[in-house]
Write a protein that binds this ligand. Structure first.
Ligand code: GLP
Length: 235
């Protein structure tokens, strides 16, 4: 693993954007795996800035997002779909048809997950997957458990995730109870992985993930088995 200590969030965001920019410059038709959460917001801002400065062309880029709440409309400002347009897609020239997220409005969640997994495989696979880490060690919405879920699936969110994500809602009751997420196998199939970890509150879970035993109780620990992971943290 390539582990980089940034001095602060601003530098973490610039390094994160530089890694993604390098990927796009080396392969303009890169397939990016993208993530939501507070952590990548600064990275997206930097990517938008690089695009505005004429450094980065998203014209041939494709993307697959990691996850989406289930039972939420794409037009809901809390949807990950809306998040991605707000922070990145509306500000760069990525073609709309190249943008994919699991559809949280799908009637049949399992069919949607199967179709999403197939679409990723048919694309030829993700070149660079951006990840954050949940306070409980989750990546995407792969929650701690007894097994590493292989493929895109419908998952019930753990109480700790619902509490963590309730900061975006006026009450805990409003937080969606389930989500559609790429599986650990889907994530591990990406050619490269970029994990961003921000804030000292994540120090202990990051250390467990990177240096502790590989266990589904800490889903991010599986990254120890991936051959090309860059971690950037800011504490
Ligand atoms: C959510 C997302 C994850 C993200 C995590 C951490 O639950 N599903 O992909 O990594 O939150 O978010 P934050 O960066 O806000 O701490």
């Amino acid at each position: 693993m390539n582990i980089i200590q940034a001095q602060n969030y601003d530098q973490l965001s610039k390094i994160g954007a530089a890694v993604i920019a390098g990927q796009i410059l080396a392969k303009p038709d890169s397939i990016l795996g993208l993530a939501t959460g507070s952590t990548p917001e600064g990275t997206y801002k930097e990517l938008v800035s690089l695009h505005r400065q004429n450094v980065l062309d998203f014209g041939k880029v494709s993307s697959f997002n990691l996850d989406e709440y289930y039972g939420i409309k794409r037009s809901d400002p809390q949807s990950y779909y809306a998040f991605m347009y707000r922070h990145l897609f509306s500000h760069v020239n990525i073609p709309g048809e190249n943008i994919r997220l699991p559809n949280g409005e799908a009637q049949d969640a399992d069919a949607e997950c199967k179709a999403y997994e197939k679409l990723i495989a048919a694309s030829g696979g993700i070149d660079l997957q951006l990840l954050g880490i949940g306070a409980n060690g989750h990546i995407g919405f792969n929650e701690p458990g007894d097994v590493f879920p292989a493929v895109t699936h419908h998952v019930s969110l753990s109480e700790s995730t619902i509490i963590a994500n309730s900061r975006f809602y006026s009450s805990r009751e409003e937080v969606p109870r389930s989500a559609l997420t790429m599986g650990i196998g889907t994530i591990m199939a990406a050619k490269r992985i970029l994990l961003l970890v921000s804030g000292a509150a994540k120090k202990s879970i990051m250390e467990q993930a990177l240096y502790g035993p590989v266990t589904p109780n800490v889903p991010a620990s599986v990254l120890q088995f991936h051959r090309d992971v860059t971690v950037v943290y800011d504490f």
